[in-house]
Design a protein around this ligand. Structure first.
Ligand code: UT7
Length: 333
């Protein structure tokens, strides 16, 4: 079995920035409440000229450039998203925009865990030798599915995209040191973006379901409790699986949902606060995009250096959650 090298990153966010103060003109909230309860100060929202596909392609293109790859050398594009422009899949459009004519491209949906699930999935094609180079993109445009009149959820989400280029390498240089993935559909009702049940007449006496989705429904406290329990637990299991001391982790890279969740997880794991990566203040929760967006930012500003160890965990709707122990091996600033 081969190893996996994480060798390039990219990101793209919409131009439009919506601050907490902007939002308080629409719903009864305040900058103080949102900052204290979540750590979020602003989020980005796609405008008419931007789309899930264009953001994902821009992030992917940048990851290719940073890896020093030609688009034609990519074998696989996995697009983690829960908000595709087309329910048949947006990855093929991304493939066309990037010009990766030899790559097979498809979507993978696992909400906020989508990027890690996709990274691990793509890695399997590389490990077996079936493919050599993959682009793993996490992108979401939840602004179109948020109920902007529901202050309990609308303050949390934003749009964005991030990408990582991975390639097969000798097993001794493996940058995916371990992973764990979990799902629990029995607890899934606390976070949904579900079909509406509206029906329309097909023929006299026959009906069909009309397509359409209700806005995001969320029981914030349930999701919060799930995250602070499961994220430290899965990371502890992963560290045990891989015989890794918490002290040897260089960075904790969690799904960016709420600063209090990041802080609680770090404390339970005994990881120092200055090793916790966070860009929640600028982007809020961009769902499948948070982990690669944060990774790219920390690689670009020189915090993450080649050879460093990153403990990562994604969690969210499904319910789904996962963790991976990664070693960055790409260019650093
Ligand atoms: O990818 C996963 C996505 N989901 C999440 O990450 C959600 C995880 N959960 C959370 O982050 C937190 O539960 C929230 C940030 C959503 C809420 O924080 P909380 O500390 O759990 O607040 P709460 O729901 O207990 O609400 C406390 C109070 C309530 O008022 P009362 O009933 O005490 O009078 C809410 O109505 O805060 C009120 N409230 C707000 N006030 C101002 C709820 N949302 C807001 C708001 N602005 N935006």
């Amino acid at each position: 079995m081969k190893g996996i090298r994480l060798c390039g990153s990219g990101a793209a966010v919409p131009r439009l920035r919506v601050s907490n103060d902007d939002l308080s003109a629409r719903v009864e909230t305040s900058d103080e409440w949102i900052r204290t309860r979540t750590g979020i100060a602003a989020r980005r929202v796609a405008d008419e000229s931007e789309s899930l596909t264009s953001l994902a392609a821009a992030a992917g293109q940048q990851a290719l450039q940073n890896a020093g790859w030609d688009a034609s050398s990519v074998d696989l594009i996995l697009l983690a998203t829960s908000s595709p422009d087309d329910l048949f899949g947006s990855a093929p459009k991304v493939q066309a925009l990037i010009g990766a004519g030899s790559a097979v491209a498809f979507d993978l949906t696992a909400a906020c865990s989508g990027f890690l699930f996709s990274l691990v999935t793509a890695a399997q094609y590389l490990r077996t030798g079936a493919m050599t180079r993959a682009l793993v993109i996490g992108a979401d445009q939840l602004s179109r599915w948020v109920d902007w009149d529901d202050r309990r959820s609308c303050v949390l989400f934003g749009d964005g995209a991030g990408a990582v280029a991975i390639e097969a390498c000798p097993a001794e240089n493996d940058g995916l040191l371990g992973f764990r993935l979990n799902s629990d559909g029995a607890r899934g009702d606390c976070l949904t973006l579900a079909q509406t049940s509206e029906r329309a007449e097909l023929l006299p006496g026959m009906s069909h379901q009309r397509g359409g989705y209700a806005p995001i429904g969320m029981n914030g406290q349930e999701v919060y409790k799930f995250a602070v329990r499961e994220v430290p637990a899965i990371l502890k299991q992963l560290l045990a699986d891989t015989n890794t001391e918490a002290a040897s982790i260089d960075w904790l890279l969690l799904h960016q949902a709420n600063q209090r969740i990041l802080d609680a997880a770090a404390e339970r794991l005994g990881i120092a606060a200055d090793k916790v990566l966070s860009n929640l203040a600028n982007y809020g929760n961009t769902s499948a995009a948070t982990i690669p967006l944060m990774l790219h930012e920390a690689v670009s500003d020189g915090r993450i250096q080649s050879g460093q160890l990153i403990a990562s965990s994604g969690f969210g709707a499904g319910l789904s959650w996962g963790a991976a122990l990664l070693r960055w091996d790409g260019p650093t600033s």
